[in-house]
Design a protein around this ligand. Structure first.
Ligand code: NI
Length: 267
């Protein structure tokens, strides 16, 4: 259990906005002091390629063969490799707000980090997070996305389609239709003209449901775009009506191979 107590709550109007639109942006979820500290931890994890051998650090946007510069370097469960991430004011406040939004049974479900190097050309294409998950379960889940520097549409802030959280999971595919790539993109035409960009300062945060359509632009700025994401959810249950996510059945990534051999080596 964490000793760190939450220091903020959102208003009833913000809770209502989230339920109406499927997302919410706030300007501050933690202190500047914590942001400064997390930045050092974050950069060190990528520099030492933490989790690479376990399949937990990989290229979200490319074939991830280790040869080329990663398009979208990502680390799953970074707190496993940096214990300093496990107990933060960010996490305490994010959990408190997740419970305001999802209900008191919401619990922490994991963390991840997505880095966009300066002048990196890759967007994170439009997708719904739930498209990555098991199709067999019913979710009440959200992600909290915190940048460690100011973000806007030039550097890769979050963009959402208001109301898209009411959609079923649309058809997805691996980016560019390449089943070697972990990252997913929407595979159907969709009208994004009503999308809303959420520029926020360092230590601000956005919240979105697992069904909300979202995107981030390439990073055209001179600074790395560091995003540190926490996932919260109520207990899942088996779905009454089955569904299939064929894009996950077809996927075959280098990351999965590294994860499988790490499991074998651990036996
Ligand atoms: Ni996402």
């Amino acid at each position: 259990m964490s000793d760190i107590q939450p220091t903020l709550a959102i208003s009833e109007a913000q809770v209502a906005f989230f339920h109406e639109n499927g997302y919410l942006a706030i300007d501050s979820i933690t202190t500047q002091e914590e942001i400064d500290r997390l930045k050092g931890v974050y950069d060190d994890l990528f520099a030492r390629r933490a989790g690479r051998e376990d399949g937990n650090q990989f290229d979200l946007g490319g074939v991830d063969d280790g040869a080329a510069q990663a398009a979208l370097p990502q680390i799953l469960n970074p707190s496993r490799y940096a214990p300093a991430l496990a107990d933060t004011l960010y996490k305490a406040n994010a959990l408190a707000i997740a419970r305001q939004l999802l209900g008191s049974d919401a619990a922490y479900g994991g963390d991840h980090a997505i880095l966009k190097p300066p002048h990196s050309p890759a967007p994170t294409p439009w997708h719904q997070d739930e498209a990555y998950w098991s199709p067999d379960l019913e979710y009440r889940s959200l992600s909290v996305w915190m940048p460690l520097q100011d973000v806007d549409t030039r550097s890769g802030c979050m963009e959402f389609v208001p109301g898209s959280h009411r959609l079923d999971i649309l058809e997805h595919q691996s980016i560019g239709g390449d089943a070697r790539i972990h990252g997913l993109e929407l595979a159907v035409d969709y009208d994004f003209s009503k999308a809303v960009a959420c520029p926020i300062p360092a230590g601000g945060a956005t919240f979105h449901l697992s069904t909300t359509l979202h995107y981030t632009s390439p990073n055209a700025s001179d600074e790395p775009r560091r995003a540190y994401i926490l996932v919260f959810g109520a207990p899942t249950k088996q779905r009454a009506t089955p569904r299939r996510f064929p894009w996950n059945e077809e996927k075959h990534t280098a990351r999965e191979e590294r994860a499988a051999s790490a499991r074998v080596n651990a036996i």
